[in-house]
Design a protein. Structure first.
Length: 209
């Protein structure tokens, strides 16, 4: 079963409070999400494999560590996932970025894939699927389906906040996927919004309604 990691570092929790606040401006919201993404990236990359290389310092030759193999791939789910990408790239500038676009069918309410663009070596990379909200879990599950159909096997999911319903749905659909979140909230309301949540992450990131 995939594990759930709650990134409870004090700086993350402090910034998350202002992300939730309805009085936070679009500019501040965007900056805070960017900062939290950087901090969460430290946690999600904690177990990246290392290899030993020899390096010459100005005074001696020594053995030291570098990341082994291919770098990461970041896969934001459009559109809200875009708000977290730059924050992670600050920490891992060599990561490649793919995109998965999904919309909800108004009749079936199921996610429909409308756009996918992935790095050519995507199957060789450790992938982080990025979406600020894990509400029902539908979008995250669909995005992971897209990757698995393309033979990707190294996948993690990063979200700011999740609802228990979304966590359960993810674990049922993809029991091998580890989830990293800053908080797990109380429940979903009748409209599928996370309570207490932070509202619509995409609208708050981009200043739309």
């Amino acid at each position: 079963m995939g594990k759930v990691f709650i990134c409870d570092h004090p700086l993350i929790q402090h910034k998350l409070t202002y992300i939730r606040d309805e009085n936070t401006t679009t500019k501040a919201f965007r900056e805070l999400v960017d900062e939290v993404a950087t901090l969460m990236a430290y946690e999600i990359t904690r177990n990246i494999p290392l290899e030993t290389v020899t390096v010459k310092t100005p005074v001696a030759t020594t053995e030291s560590k570098i990341i082994s193999g291919r770098m990461l791939g970041l896969i934001p789910i459009l559109r809200a996932g875009l708000g977290m990408v730059d924050g992670i790239l600050k920490l891992i500038p060599a990561a490649k970025v793919g995109h998965i676009g999904l919309y909800r069918d108004p009749e079936t309410l199921l996610p429909v894939e409308y756009y996918t663009k992935l790095p050519t070596d995507v199957t060789e990379r450790q992938l982080i699927v990025i979406d600020p909200m894990l509400a029902t879990g539908g979008s995250a599950i669909a995005a992971i389906n897209v990757l698995k159909k393309r033979n990707c096997t190294q996948i993690k999911l990063m979200c700011l906040i999740a609802a228990p319903e979304g966590v359960r749905a993810l674990q049922e659909a993809h029991p091998d996927i580890d989830l990293y979140v800053a908080a797990i909230d109380d429940h979903l309301n009748d409209h599928g919004y996370i309570i207490p949540g932070l509202g619509d992450a995409g609208d708050r990131l981009f200043g739309t309604k």
